[in-house]
Ligand binder design. Structure first.
Ligand code: APR
Length: 244
């Protein structure tokens, strides 16, 4: 499957990768908008907005506590796509910037050095009173004390909700300005600003490639779009890149 036959890439070129829930689907984590996905079971307004948290923090904590316990289930492991991206980071002579919309830690567990979690991390908590961020591998509740400021009731998952500004946008914009290849993997292209990255990269001269189970909402903006499961497409693409 010569994906990159049309590319004039040099092994020292810069690569920016954006991943979404689809890259973790074959590890056993639900996506959001596929059939039976997370947003078909719960209203995002109730569990993924500041208003929802203010209205019913217990419901929001239950939602993320369930997902955190699910992620920490030993059956949930990184898959071949996560591993291939980590191998690309190690073997590529140019820069590789991995940006993920995912709040799981499967990229890290596969060996990626430091994915940019633009939507935050499920295994972290933030205090709304003092803004301290802490590791969080247990259930959270409104009764928990912040270990930094000692106050109760302010802890929330360190996850970016709808209506909030994604994290690390300066770093992401700088990477998009300088990239030669933009890869989008396992995302529906439904949520901005991530859905706009392909246009920014393309405007800066990057070649843009989408690897997704189905054509995303932004598929027409890509130079090349390949449909299939991430665990098949990503290792094949990485093998081609590392053979350049
Ligand atoms: N391999 C490759 N792609 C897959 C696979 C797979 N095994 N399974 C599903 N996909 C694709 C689907 O075709 C879909 O386009 O992954 C995409 C998942 O889309 P969404 O469920 O919308 O997830 P995502 O794009 O990551 O959502 C973006 O929306 O709700 C917010 O904050 C949430 O970060 C999330 C953001």
């Amino acid at each position: 499957m010569p994906v990159l036959d049309f590319l004039r890439l040099n092994p020292t070129d810069s690569i920016v990768i954006l991943t979404g829930a689809g890259i973790s689907q074959e590890s056993g984590l639900d996506t959001f908008r596929c059939a039976g996905g997370i947003w078909s079971k719960v209203d995002l307004e109730d569990v993924a907005t500041p208003r929802g948290f203010a209205r019913n923090p217990d419901l929001v904590h239950r939602f993320y506590n369930d997902r955190r316990r699910g992620l920490l289930d030993p059956a949930i492991q990184p898959n071949a796509a996560h591993a291939a991206l980590a191998a690309l980071e190690r073997g590529w002579r140019g820069s590789v910037t991995l940006v993920t919309q995912n709040i799981d830690d499967l990229h890290e567990r596969a060996g990626s050095a430091g994915p940019i979690h633009m939507h935050g991390e499920l295994l972290k908590a933030v205090c709304q009173r003092c803004h301290a961020v802490s590791d969080c591998r247990d259930d959270l509740s409104v009764h928990d004390l912040c270990l930094s400021c000692g106050r109760k009731g302010g802890l929330r998952p360190d996850v970016v909700w709808f209506g909030e500004m994604p994290y690390h946008m300066d770093r992401i914009q700088a990477a998009l300005e300088d990239c030669d290849l933009f890869l989008s993997i396992g995302t529906s292209g439904h949520v901005y600003p991530a859905a706009g990255f392909v246009a920014e990269a393309g405007a800066n001269g990057a070649v843009t490639v989408e690897l997704n189970l189905d054509p995303s909402e932004g598929v027409s903006r890509f130079d090349r779009a390949i449909q299939g499961p991430a665990t098949a497409l990503v290792p094949a693409l990485v093998a081609e890149l590392l053979a350049l």
